[in-house]
Ligand binder design. Structure first.
Ligand code: ZN
Length: 262
């Protein structure tokens, strides 16, 4: 059963909130070498541990969050980043750990250009079919790859394929990792005609909307200039998920100290 929450804020035991007890990463301690090493994941400031589910932002604000799942992809991600830069839009990229490992410079570029990095697991399995230990490992290893490549600890986790259940929820609660869902899914992964994707988003445009997109779909890339212009004409601005959560009266205080992470 897929759980849907209009806006869920779970109260957690104090031990799970606001503490910095994330497990140290397994990065080995190396002796000093002649070439400067890549930043160790363990030296990256850890995000606060807290849990909530975000599927829409503040409905009183004309804000929209574009989110791009999968990648970074060597061919598509640079094109997408160039286009977003040109459009002056900051988005949220849910990256796959294995792909970050393959293209760390691209992952780094995403963050350097003002976008938010989100965790989309390490190997993109269907989390409904694996054990809770495997789920925890996927979340931690996905996060670790982003820490290594980007120098930040991602706040949000989005499950691959949107597949989650109570077991996944329990692991996220234990890990103190917020679950990022979406308000509208145009199903761009099925590669429908570009105008169909755009029309769907425009017809569903609403305050606090989180749009689920994919970073390697050419149709999605193609619609961006017109889509962004159209939504801006309607008064919408584009925000990252952390910004969206910070603009939520229910969450603002809790994640205020996560600001420096983005
Ligand atoms: Zn995915």
């Amino acid at each position: 059963m897929v759980l849907r929450h209009s806006f869920v804020l779970l109260l957690l035991p104090l031990s799970l909130i606001g503490c910095q007890e994330n497990k140290p990463s397994a990065a080995p301690t190396k002796e000093a070498s002649t070439t400067p090493p890549a930043p160790l994941a363990s030296s990256v400031p850890l995000r606060p541990r807290l849990f909530f589910v975000l599927e829409r932002g503040n409905t009183n604000r004309k804000e929209i969050a574009l989110t791009f799942d999968d990648g970074p992809h060597p061919e598509f991600t640079p094109m997408l980043l160039d286009r977003l830069k040109h459009l002056k839009v900051h988005a949220t990229f849910f990256m796959v750990g294995e792909m970050v490992k393959e293209a760390p410079q691209l992952a780094k570029r995403i963050v350097e250009e003002g976008h938010e990095a989100g965790n989309h697991s390490f190997s993109h399995p269907n989390l409904k079919t694996v054990s809770s230990e495997e789920i925890a490992k996927e979340i931690e290893q996905g996060s670790e790859q982003i820490r290594k490549a980007c120098g930040i600890d991602p706040l949000f986790f989005r499950p691959p394929g949107g597949n989650y259940n109570e077991v996944v929820m329990q692991v996220l609660i234990q890990a103190g990792t917020p679950l990022a869902l979406w308000t509208y899914n145009p199903k761009d992964f099925a590669r429908p005609p570009a105008d169909q994707i755009e029309r769907g988003i425009l017809q569903n445009a609403q305050n606090g909307m989180i749009v689920l997109l994919h970073s390697s779909i050419i149709q999605t890339y193609e619609i961006l200039p017109d889509l962004v212009a159209n939504l801006r004409t309607q008064g919408y601005t584009f925000v990252t998920l952390i910004e969206m959560a910070q603009h939520s009266p229910e969450l603002a205080d809790r994640i205020a100290h996560a600001k420096q992470l983005n």
